[in-house]
Design a protein around this ligand. Structure first.
Ligand code: SAM
Length: 275
């Protein structure tokens, strides 16, 4: 059973100034919040972790449906205000940097899989995604509100304009789906760009195993450092044309046409990452 959570103070202006260095754009559109929470579909027993709860715009409707929630907030003033709004048995608030999150150590009773959610600070969204994908064995699913262009890059297919490093690195560990668009007016202050909600579900058996991930990531980085270069030129010094052919690819191909399996085959050509 869950009980309705007291809403933060009227006007929802919250404490302190908006801190741009923390990427603070607070959601205030009730219709959008409702659509986001329905897309997440929290169940009372879920172990959910919210990144950057801010002034509680998502925290409140989530806690209306959950027995308890964990959250990580870097802004000490916001964290203090959240602590005064929500009892500790409902909201376990971790004050700190989500980029340093260790999901295995977050709770004394680690769940089988965390459900991670958040209206992410746009300035850290890509490194945070990589950080979480590196711990995907502890994650059941993730729902993030991100810059729409970033969501398009995450969900892009090989051969499309947005396909690149981010698409490959996510596809190596998970499936991603764009769920809904969110206009700038849904936030205070409004960001300059449109946003979208993405669902990312880690694979039970990731296409690229954790042990090979560093070599895979280095190779993908290198290949996309200049997407106009062919594999032969982009990977020069790392792999010979013969290695690229041995991976079943054409050295004259451009990286944007190579799928996860292709990059993994290339990574296996690097001696220390074969296996
Ligand atoms: N969830 C709130 C909402 O939807 O209105 C706030 C979203 S705001 C875009 C991002 C939030 O993440 C802010 O509260 C900000 O202080 C927090 N934040 C920024 N960088 C962070 C980090 N490295 N670790 C944890 N929280 C962070």
């Amino acid at each position: 059973m869950t009980r309705r959570t007291r809403r933060p103070a009227a006007g929802d202006e919250g404490p302190g100034p908006v801190r741009r260095r923390f990427g603070q754009n607070f959601l205030h559109d009730p219709g959008i919040l409702d659509r986001i929470v329905r897309a997440i579909d929290p169940q009372p027993d879920d172990r959910m972790l919210e990144i950057g709860p801010g002034r509680g715009a998502l925290t409140v409707p989530l806690l209306d449906r959950l027995q308890k929630l964990d959250a990580v907030e870097i802004d000490r003033d916001l964290a203090a205000a959240l602590r005064s709004h929500f009892p500790p048995e409902r909201l376990t608030l971790h004050t700190g940097d989500a980029l340093e999150l260790d999901l295995a150590a977050l709770s004394e009773t680690p769940p089988a899989g965390w459900r991670v959610v958040g209206n992410l600070p746009y300035n850290i969204s890509t490194p945070l995604l990589f950080h979480l994908l590196g711990q995907s064995e502890h994650i059941r699913d993730m729902h993030f509100l991100l810059q729409r262009e970033v969501v398009e890059r995450i969900t892009a297919e090989p051969g499309s304009k947005r396909y690149g490093r981010l698409s490959v690195m996510v596809a190596a560990r998970a499936r991603a789906t764009e769920l809904l668009g969110v206009p700038p007016g849904a936030f205070h202050p409004p960001p300059k760009v449109h946003s979208a909600v993405v669902r990312i579900v880690p694979d039970a058996e990731p296409r690229v195993p954790a042990a090979r991930l560093p070599a895979f990531a280095a190779l993908v980085n290198r290949a996309f450092s200049n997407r106009r270069k062919t594999l032969r030129r982009g990977l020069a010094g790392l792999l010979e044309a013969a290695d690229i052919e041995a991976a079943g690819l054409d050295p004259g191909q451009r990286p944007e046409t190579v799928d996860v399996a292709g990059f993994d085959a290339l990574a296996r050509q690097i001696p220390e990452s074969a296996g």
